[in-house]
Design a protein around this ligand. Structure first.
Ligand SMILES: C[S@@+](CC[C@H](N)C(=O)[O-])C[C@H]1O[C@@H](n2cnc3c(N)ncnc32)[C@H](O)[C@@H]1O
Length: 159
């Protein structure tokens, strides 16, 4: 599942890496079609949109990729809060739809609330790593978070 996919750069790369992948991509904005990719136009904050994606492919997913950026308001604090909201939503979705060895990779910004968010994510996944790609400027607040293996509560046994 690819979250915030438009205009489709990552989607193209994913498709080229592995033609057999079943991919569903979601964005608020329209996106040119990519062969073999289901695209849903809508907000990742909307539960119905996520349910539609789950119906199209079927759980569990192996991978959730996310490159979400809110529309920049120009007010740094507000933009950081909105970005964090999208990051939290990404890992909520990943926690729900991934299989036991599934991976989620998301771009996030290290601003206010980042450390609490990281701690929470560490509680919910077996492995959490921060990655700073060589191409990302050292001074930029942008970083990638890779989470593997959602920890799901054991189903309570019926008596
Ligand atoms: C940096 S762009 C993604 C670029 C894309 N990864 C690519 O390679 O072409 C960020 C995207 O986040 C999307 N976005 C922001 N908030 C969203 C939301 N609530 N639901 C879905 N998409 C959202 C924007 O519409 C925008 O297309």
């Amino acid at each position: 599942m690819e979250l915030c996919s438009a205009p489709g750069g990552w989607t193209q790369v994913l498709r080229e890496l592995d033609g057999s992948l079943q991919i569903v991509a979601i964005d608020l904005e329209p996106m040119p079609p990519v062969q073999g990719v289901h695209f849903i136009q809508g907000s990742i904050l909307d539960d119905e949109i996520i349910a539609k994606a789950e119906e199209l492919i079927g759980n569990p997913f192996d991978l959730v990729l996310s490159d979400c950026s809110p529309k920049v308001s120009g007010l740094w604090d507000l933009d950081v809060v909105r970005q964090l909201e999208l990051a939290e939503r990404t890992f909520d979705i990943a926690h729900k739809v991934l299989g036991p060895k599934g991976k989620a990779l998301a771009k996030i910004f290290q601003g206010q609330g980042f450390h609490e968010f990281l701690q929470e994510t560490r509680k919910r996944f077996n492995s959490v790593k921060l990655i700073k790609p060589a191409a990302s400027r050292k001074t930029s607040a942008e970083i990638y978070l890779l989470a593997i293996g959602p920890r799901k509560k054991a189903q309570s046994k019926k008596k």
